[in-house]
Design a protein around this ligand. Structure first.
Ligand code: FES
Length: 104
């Protein structure tokens, strides 16, 4: 796949140990900051239409607000039922205080 680095947000707008929702290139994304690293995934749960940015982040696990399914924010893998399908995760880099996400 071709790289498509997209400027998504200021790095300091992603709160430490928390999650925010952002729109970019027609996508609904979730940005997380854990131990100084920023991670990005799709924001919509694969089980139902819930936004993960409204969920609860603990370590590298995001818990969906609707039925409490969990995903690993590093690779999008489902961690417990009822979610069985991964969410897409995206490469992230920080440059000049900005968060770039590879949407390619
Ligand atoms: S909508 Fe996310 S677990 Fe059901």
């Amino acid at each position: 796949m071709t790289e498509q680095w997209t400027d998504i947000s200021a790095a300091d707008e992603v709160p430490e140990e928390d999650v925010i929702g952002v729109q970019a290139e027609g996508k609904d994304l979730a940005l997380y900051s854990v131990e100084g690293q920023v991670y990005a995934t799709d924001n919509i749960c694969t089980h139902g239409h819930a936004r993960l940015c409204d969920g609860f982040l603990e370590g590298y696990e995001i818990e969906c607000p609707l039925h409490q399914g969990k995903f690993d924010i590093r690779d999008g893998k489902p961690l417990c039922e009822p979610v069985v399908e991964a969410i897409r995760s995206y490469p992230v880099k920080i440059e000049n205080g900005r968060v770039f996400v590879d949407l390619g």
